[in-house]
Ligand binder design. Sequence first.
Ligand code: KG4
Ligand code: ZN
Length: 515
Amino acid sequence: MSVLQFRCGSCSIVDDVTEKMTQCEYCSLVPLFGCGIQVRDENKKLDFVRHARYELHHNGSQSRKTSRLSLSTCRAEQYSTSAMAVSMCCTYSKLKFLSRHRFMSIPVRQIMKLKDIFNLGSAWRSVLITSEGNNRKRTVLGIETSCDDTGAAIVDSEGHILGEALHSQTSTHNLTGGIVPNVAKELHAKNVEMVVEQALDDAQMRLQDVDALAVTVKPGLIMSLRVGLRHAQKLCQSSGLPLIPIHHMEAHALTARMIDKIEFPFLVLLASGGHCLLAVAKGIDDFELLGSSLDTAPGEAFDKTARELNLFQLPRFEGLSGGVAVERLAREGNPHAYPRIHVMTSVANCNFSFTGLKISARRQILREYQRQGLATHELLPQAADICAWFQFNLLYHIARRLQRAFIFAEMHEICGDKKTLVVSGGVASNSYIRGKLSGLCETYGYRLVCPPAKLCTDNGIMIAWNGMEKLLNGRDFSQDPDGVDVQARSPFGINRSKEVSNSFIKLPRLVMDPL
Ligand code: KG4
Ligand code: ZN
């Protein structure tokens, strides 16, 4: 006995296919532009020959066309799967219902073969989709343009990076003293196509070879986000690929799962140029926020301090971010050189504040300029000390908030036995901070996982991987790629920060050697 089934894209009901079916019989909403058919026999072996001919109806346009599809011409041995579905669509919009839930599309190489077999002309697109249990590798192309990096990459379902390309705008923005949104937009517009092509070349793939396109749509600089989204929409239009909209911070949070099979739930700290978020990751799109920065982001404080110190004048720091420059120079400095900076010590929550640190660093820098009798465009001999001192104080503030999160997680049994802390975002590429946090994690029985530095800062890989996780779990496909829009701000999960405050968690002393 074989079962032929159709899964409605609107109500998701799976039903046996009846001949000449043109609508989902349950919700009557979705016309059957193509039938999704699963063929499965009792022994879970494929048998196409027995189901040699089915009529598939295509009424995407006013006039109804009927095409005959011979499944016997698809050779089962080609596919290592226990179940499969075949669908035929004439335009992208019909693809959307196939891409949901457990169904996945196969590479277009195979689609093209089917297209030839069916000989239905260029307007037709046929897609073979497979259900769970199929171990075929899937691929996603990711595009990132939310801030000042234009990134693209292709990753597969096993977390292999097949191709990647990145264009950084850092050196341009270093010259102007910070990101100018209009300049960032122009540079994205100039480079996005090239970066996508480079990533595809690197992977030796064509656009049609990937299964889906993922693109950052929030949060970020609106003009920058728009460039990436528009380009992705254009690619979707020309290829018929589905679009997966990505939340930039969620992508940062889950990048670690690409390299390390970390199970949910885990704690995650995201420290970047625009954010500082401390959260529980419970699922692919399920987060609980324990705390966030009330003002400046840590990366911004690093960048500002580097600029105040004129570090970009030094050839060794040319083209680098402020964070990297401060981290490198800090190795030569004394973290005890100046008095400690106390941040939010009387506020018992997991929120952060970096404005005080930024201002303290600025004051200290100005004081040194005065003391040395130097003009503020010159280089300070004390720059290394200031970097080391600033970096340690920033780290200590983060460590104290983490300490409270560990205790809160313990109180509410959030992390179970496998306690993991993921630290990601640009600032997490700082090896001094990583090293010190690993000591703290050890004390609280946590395993610290930080993605490699190049995956902590913005890149296309993290977007592609987030798209892959969504693809594999049938989430978040855009019904209409052209209807997707960007958002400058976007919440990160359910906010539990008040609950943290209301727990009145007093912290035990934290001794941390700054060296
Ligand atoms: O995640 P990211 O690449 O972009 C945003 O989403 O913001 O983070 C960029 C920020 C910049 O502010 C940069 O100075 C900082 O991350 N950063 C660092 C380091 N590398 C990058 N901060 C401290 N230490 C580093 N090694
Ligand atoms: Zn980022």
